[in-house]
Design a protein around this ligand. Structure first.
Ligand code: NDP
Length: 444
């Protein structure tokens, strides 16, 4: 049995009941097979893969808090500090009832390579809780966040571990957690990112994932002989990533004709009206069905369907596994030339394979949506410097980072005879830096 297969088997055996973690390890190691086989003797002697798939530390803790009826509630908190070979642990805190150790480990493992790809000094981690913020009062959110940070603070530090937001953890939750960290430690340090602009947050963080997605897509098209100008783009989702992807696509001269939420989707052949979309989603937090009140000529359909329209470029920005094999077949039949993932894991594995086999340029989320964590790392730098950069300064750094990511993954794919396969390229480019840093630092 080869080294890759041995380690996959080890992970499954040592971590039963963690299917998402198994899946993430399998996907990454399979695409690294060519690099690992080329260095097998050295990596085996160093037990490099065994060390890579074992988190440095997994912290699990009780979070007790009092609800509005006076009853005590108990949740479970997690922080997985996966790998700090290239910088302090960095990754979001997910608050959702589905959270368990296996999901946090899968996200933390992926985060190692995504963070490495940004070229910035950040290691991989992830955390969260099975707490459900939906329907909770402000006071209950404050009670939970305070209790959560009362335990978590022991493991954090600006040079140790710097969490950020994720599903269920937005500016409000980050603010409450930061306040509690400061109260306990007395230290005003950049220990969380996604902070408010009045207390150390960074401009462009809100726009960063969507803008970054377009910067990378523009570069990928350019290097393959196409311009983004006048391209017809299908976007899914209508949340943070989708809205700012649409904004930047329009600024770059493309026409976005779709968006969606979990109830239905809009087709606006004249181009999405971004002001209307922001008013519906950001201001009124309403359903997308209302879009027709602003644009009577647009179509609104219940259910799924974004990928059935004719487009040149598809940008899935909603959720995991939302672009299936059937959708990929529709996209190819309709002449789509590129897919770039704004969401985490939105394309199923068979759909990805179909797109690649049919010559569609495909940018995986690990590279394409890294703009969010890149802007977080820039927030850390500003905090260390005690400075706040202008919007233009952060935006131009973000653009440079995304362009560099594209060239790194493109070069890595070419070096291993997989030119144009950016899935392989992203995993290899992310892995190489971490592997070298781990071996240079001895045994840990
Ligand atoms: P939001 O919660 O702001 O938006 C998600 C959007 O997707 C909402 O419009 C939501 O609709 C829609 N959606 C959810 N489920 C479905 C579904 N089954 N079908 C169609 N639409 C659906 O999240 P973000 O925009 O922040 O994140 C989107 C994705 O991007 C996630 O995978 C996230 O992990 C990833 N990501 C986000 C980053 C960031 O900086 N925000 C960074 C890197 C990755 P509804 O409102 O009806 O639920």
């Amino acid at each position: 049995m080869g080294y890759v297969d041995e380690v996959i088997e080890l992970v499954v055996r040592k971590n039963p009941a963690e299917p998402e973690f198994h899946q993430a390890v399998r996907e990454v190691l399979e695409s690294l097979r060519v690099v690992i086989e080329a260095n097998e003797e050295k990596y085996r002697r160093e037990a490099l893969l065994e060390r890579l798939v074992e988190p440095d530390r997994q912290i699990k803790f009780k979070v007790a808090w009092v609800d509005d009826s006076g009853k005590v509630q108990v949740n479970t908190g997690y922080r997985v500090q996966f790998n700090n070979a290239i910088g302090p642990y960095k990754g979001g805190l997910r608050l959702h009832p589905s959270v368990n150790l296996g999901i946090i480990k899968f996200l933390g493992f992926e985060q190692i390579f995504k963070n490495s790809l940004t070229g910035l000094p950040i290691g991989g981690g992830k955390g969260g809780s099975d707490f459900d913020p939906k329907g909770k009062s402000d006071r209950e959110i404050l009670a939970f966040c305070t209790s959560f940070m009362t335990e978590l603070y022991k493991y954090l530090g600006a040079d140790i571990d710097v969490p950020a937001g994720d599903i269920g953890t937005g500016a409000r939750e980050i603010g409450y957690m930061y306040g509690q960290y400061k109260k306990i430690t007395g230290s005003y340090e950049g220990v969380l990112t996604g902070k408010g602009l009045t207390y150390g947050g960074s401009l462009v963080r809100k726009e960063a994932t969507g803008y970054g997605l377009l910067y990378l897509t523009e570069e990928m098209l350019k290097c393959n002989g196409h311009s983004i100008q006048d391209k017809v783009i299908a976007v899914s989702g209508a949340g943070n990533v989708a809205i700012y992807a649409i904004e930047k696509a329009q600024q770059l001269g493309a026409k976005v004709v779709t968006c969606s939420d979990s109830n239905g989707w809009v087709y606006d052949k004249d181009g999405i009206d971004l002001a209307a979309l922001k008013e519906i989603k950001e201001l009124r937090r309403a359903r997308l069905s209302e879009y027709k009140n602003y644009r009577p000529n647009a179509e609104y359909h219940e259910g799924r369907g974004v990928w059935s329209v004719k487009c040149d470029v598809a940008l899935p920005c909603a959720t995991q596994n939302e672009l299936t094999l059937e959708d990929a077949k529709d996209l190819v039949a309709n002449g789509c030339i590129a897919v770039a993932e704004g969401a985490n894991m939105p394309t199923t594995l068979d759909a990805t394979e179909y797109l690649l086999a049919n010559g569609v340029m495909f940018a995986p989320g690990k590279a394409a949506n890294a703009g969010g964590v890149a802007a977080s790392a820039l927030e850390m730098t500003q905090n260390s410097e005690r400075l706040s950069w202008s919007f233009e300064e952060v935006d131009s750094k973000l653009k440079q980072i995304m362009v560099n990511i594209f060239h790194n993954i493109d070069d890595a794919a070419k070096r291993y005879n997989a030119a144009g396969n950016y899935v392989v390229g992203a995993n290899i480019a992310g892995f190489e830096k971490v592997a070298t840093a781990m071996m240079d630092q001895g045994i840990w």
